[in-house]
Design a protein around this ligand. Structure first.
Ligand SMILES: Nc1nc2c(ncn2[C@@H]2O[C@H](COP(=O)(O)OP(=O)(O)OP(=O)(O)O)[C@@H](O)[C@H]2O)c(=O)[nH]1
Ligand SMILES: [Mg+2]
Ligand SMILES: [Zn+2]
Length: 365
């Protein structure tokens, strides 16, 4: 991939603030040797060149390549694309999708099928505004999505300037104890607090911000970009709820090789994952379950159950156990839906076995 260093900003700034532009070089977009070798494996036409998807516009995608951004049309054969995808372009059209390293996806509320959110992401930033009560359940759910994506969750406590330092420390401790093993960062876009740390953690990486409307995702994008790259909106004073200002996912190319994806606010997302992936985010519970006396312990009433013992001595909270069970149940049913073909096949096999058994029974009569 070749890129010139003279490039416009990714998107016109919504304000009159001058926009320091980051040259759209392959490195700035996250292009590495890994992608170079994947490109050789992709079945693309020899004249096609690589580009990264910055925004999905329905029939076309906005991409960055060759030092600039442009819109390219999808073809009927193009698989569903996500922001962050690397693709090849032939003329004005998408040619091939280069195999992803990770995919953040959720379950479509209507069909229960996969809905891609962002691709080739390293970190999923779970943005929680401290100006409103946070939900441990939501953090656990977003973390499960992150592990499923093949990325690392990072809990971002935003707007730290709005609470007293003592309250902030209490919130951090609460997260560490209620969501054990999580990475947490405290940020304030208003005070530029935590921004350097965020750059350190995400240098050369792609990070996607998720969280409810008004949590401060776009404001964080602007704080990291150093200019108004994304529109922001105020929150309702009564309940601090946002106004769904961001309406589409967008990748912003920042300094230090950081690619930052802003997304529209969501309160709840359906899991599109499997039980093992849920377990990956609940090390504290699964390591207990591993030491139960029985391999198939359901942690209900069994003797020698390490999970029940931990509940009794207070080292495991009932809420944490309930979350684990609920997310596992949801993952199991999403797995089943996702695997409808296998499910139908299994049903057919069982029917065949049943018919065979009935035939044998009849022959014996
Ligand atoms: N005091 C303070 N306010 C902040 C901070 N970050 C964001 N805000 C305010 O929170 C409100 C919502 O910010 P946005 O960045 O638009 O929130 P969002 O998460 O992008 O919301 P959606 O696009 O609707 O999903 C705005 O009024 C911001 O000014 C911060 O660090 N401190
Ligand atoms: Mg926003
Ligand atoms: Zn047990």
């Amino acid at each position: 991939m070749s890129c010139s260093d003279s490039s416009p900003s990714l998107r016109p700034s919504p304000s009159s603030t001058p926009s320091p532009t980051v040259p759209i070089t392959p490195t700035a977009l996250g292009w590495t040797d890994r992608w170079q070798s994947q490109l050789l494996l992709a079945d693309s036409t020899p004249t096609a060149s690589p580009a990264r998807v910055l925004r999905h516009d329905g029939a076309s995608v906005l991409v960055a390549s060759e030092g600039a951004t442009r819109s390219v049309l999808l073809r009927p054969a193009t698989p569903p694309l996500a922001v962050g995808d690397w693709i090849t372009i032939d003329g004005e059209r998408v040619d091939q999708l280069i195999e992803r390293t990770s995919l953040l996806q959720r379950s479509h509320p209507g069909t229960g099928l996969s809905q891609p959110i962002a691709a080739n992401v390293d970190i999923i930033g779970i943005v929680c505004g401290v100006d409103r009560p946070f939900s441990v359940g939501r953090i656990e759910r977003f973390s499960a999505l992150a592990w499923d994506a093949g990325a690392t969750p990072l809990i971002m406590l935003s707007k730290s300037d709005l609470v007293e330092p003592a309250e902030m420390s209490a919130l951090e401790s609460q997260i560490y104890s209620e969501v054990p093993g999580s990475d947490v960062i405290t940020v304030s876009a208003a005070l530029s607090k935590g921004i350097d740390e965020l750059f350190e953690q995400s240098a050369g990486k792609t990070i996607v911000l998720i969280g409810e409307s008004g949590a401060g995702k776009s404001t964080l994008v602007n704080a990291m970009a150093g200019h108004n790259a994304a529109a922001t909106g105020d929150v309702r004073s009564s309940d601090r709820k946002g106004r769904h200002t961001t309406s589409s996912r967008q990748l912003h190319v920042l300094q230090e090789g950081v690619c930052l994806i802003d997304t529209p606010g969501v309160r709840e997302v359906g899991l599109f994952t499997d039980v093992d992936t849920v377990d990956a985010g609940f090390d504290d519970v699964t390591s207990l379950a591993d030491s139960c006396r029985f391999n198939d312990c359901q942690h209900e009433t069994e003797p020698g159950c390490a999970v029940l013992n931990a509940l009794a001595d207070g080292s495991l909270s009932a809420n944490r156990l309930a979350s684990w069970r609920a997310l596992r149940r949801e993952a199991a049913s999403s797995e089943l839906r996702a695997n409808q073909a296998a499910y139908r096949q299994q049903t057919r096999k069982l029917a065949k076995l049943y018919r065979g058994a009935m035939d044998i029974k009849r022959m014996g009569q």
